[in-house]
Ligand binder design. Structure first.
Ligand SMILES: Cc1ncc(COP(=O)(O)O)c(C=O)c1O
Length: 389
């Protein structure tokens, strides 16, 4: 077999990691020049920057006026765990999991909080659990976009508008690129390093009035670390939602988050962010359509993520390999592309089936994904010559 020919076009930006994700087009460290450094985050200046992040995020996302939004510690994980530890235990729980992050929330609820009335609704990588089986008289915990399988819920139609329980949604990798029905989400969480390509370590938590009511009327049966405490004396700590934070934030990260929000505003807001990601998914779908060696891991088209696109390899030379051979071959494809400076960090998540995971969120340019598709075909052909022998 001849050595496969390298494509001519290279992605201008090889950063396709699913987190931290590519910076926005045109980003440079100079955007951080006005960061409030060496000053207290509780100074008027510091607080105004934190408040600006909250205000701009609220406006961009179209949050209802009576929803709270606050910056918390420990990224999306911190925000989700703060919600689980603070809110659960008042009624039964339905928790959905179809990939690694959802499975992590199941473990928190069953093994750490050890709640006894828990139903776990699970599905394999590539699928969604039966959404019609969810009982909204209970608290419902789910991930909007399963980043490690590339499977998202198609919309919020399955969520009961008139529910008794709370909905707690891990919305990182979804927020800012998917249309989230706020009236159906009582808690939503995310982190800055995903769709907006911001710097990591801070989480954002959004609360509906019903979530606040639960916080003020329910006292969890377990100890509550200071970092998770959203109430004081049975009342919501409103300062978390008005530019204060429980502990010290990085004002450098805050400045970077502001830059991302300003960029999003400048390109036309949420609609444009969504359109960019959907356009990227469409470009990858055209490549998948034309490349018989690959397919989406997500089986149902409406559930295919527009941010974390997970690809399985279906070529017979690959599927005929034993499990460890498939793993090695998929990693070889990713490492060839890495070595050529074409794509960094696109191997599948460590717990997911062997394959590729390509970030296609709003900071990624469609032309780069078009070029990447051709290079993956090249890397597949190279790897086939090595593994199929
Ligand atoms: C769906 C989902 N939940 C949670 C996390 C963990 O996020 P963080 O590292 O911001 O805590 C990730 C990270 O990729 C994710 O994609």
């Amino acid at each position: 077999m001849n050595t496969p020919r390298m494509p001519d076009m290279r992605p201008a930006n090889p950063n396709f990691s699913s987190g931290p994700c590519a910076k926005r087009p045109g980003w440079s460290p100079t955007v951080l020049e006005n960061a409030v450094l060496g000053r207290s985050h509780r100074s008027a200046l510091g607080k105004s920057r934190l408040q600006a992040v909250l205000d701009k995020s609220r406006a961009l996302l179209g949050l209802p006026d009576d929803y709270r939004i606050g910056i918390v510690a420990a990224s999306d994980t911190g925000a989700v765990e703060m919600a689980l530890w603070s809110l659960l235990g008042a009624r039964g729980v339905d928790v959905l999991a179809w990939e690694s992050f959802g499975a992590g929330w199941v473990a928190d609820i069953t093994k750490q909080l050890q709640l006894d009335d828990v139903r776990v609704l699970e599905a394999d990588y590539g699928q969604l659990p039966d959404l019609d089986a969810v009982d909204f008289t209970r608290d419902v915990i789910f991930t909007w976009n399963g980043t490690t399988s590339g499977v998202r819920v198609p919309n919020g139609d399955w969520i009961d508008a008139d529910r008794d329980g709370l909905t707690i949604c891990d919305a990182t990798s979804a927020v800012f690129t998917m249309d989230l029905p706020w009236s159906k989400l009582d808690v939503a969480t995310y982190s800055w390093q995903k769709v907006m390509g911001g710097e990591a370590q801070h989480g954002v938590i959004i609360l509906s009035p019903r979530a606040v009511e639960r916080l003020e009327t329910h006292t969890p049966a377990w100890p509550m670390p200071k970092l998770f405490r959203m109430t004081s004396g049975g009342k919501l700590n409103e300062s978390i939602f008005t530019g204060s934070t429980i502990n010290t934030p990085s004002m450098l990260c805050v400045e970077d988050a502001l830059d991302g929000l300003n960029w999003a505003e400048s390109i036309g807001g949420l609609k444009s962010l969504i359109a960019r990601a959907e356009g990227n998914l469409a470009a990858l779908a055209r490549w998948v359509e034309n490349s018989p060696a690959v397919d989406f891991l997500a089986e149902v088209p409406e559930t295919r993520s527009s941010t974390s696109v997970c690809i399985k390899i279906v070529a017979p030379w690959f599927t005929g390999l034993p499990a460890d051979g498939q793993d090695a071959a998929a990693r070889r494809i990713a490492s060839l592309l890495d070595a050529e400076g074409i794509a960094y960090d696109i191997d599948a998540y460590r717990d997911a089936p062997p394959g590729l995971r390509i970030w296609a969120g709003a900071t990624i340019e469609t032309t780069d994904l078009e070029a990447l598709g051709r290079w993956i075909d090249w890397a597949l052909a190279m790897t086939e010559t090595e593994f199929a022998a």
